[in-house]
Design a protein around this ligand. Sequence first.
Ligand code: ZN
Length: 152
Amino acid sequence: MGKIHDRLKAGQQRQHTVTVDARVAHVLASMTGKSRVVDTARRMSVFLQDLDRVRADRSLDTAGRHFTMQRLATEAKALGLKGRWNLLCNRTQCLRTPAVWYNRGSYAFYCEDCARELNRVNARDAENLKPGTPLCRKIVNAEEAADLHCMS
Ligand SMILES: [Zn+2]
């Protein structure tokens, strides 16, 4: 009884302490329907807490970390947090932030490491398609990022 009660209590506290992270505010702003927004906000907040926890957990071995990060990446994708400006990198198993590098091929945003890697491996194709313009470029302006989201 004690354990179940504690777990329920922990669950309740978790619900009550959920705050909408600034990182997800602009995603939520684009949604309609209050219950969906609240549901999504809760899922996003739980996701962000899990991500912070996994990043800080030094006890996970490589396989455990890999499995957990894969699960989190799937959830991030389902929540629409991947590939959006200033949120999570669009690369399948990458959960780095901030994703501020725009890929004009996939119309999505990537972290700096992944963007530089994509620019490196696609240098020749990018040069052939649009000379002098790399595949990914850094976007620092939120309005420009919003315009790019609208176009994709
Ligand atoms: Zn990345």
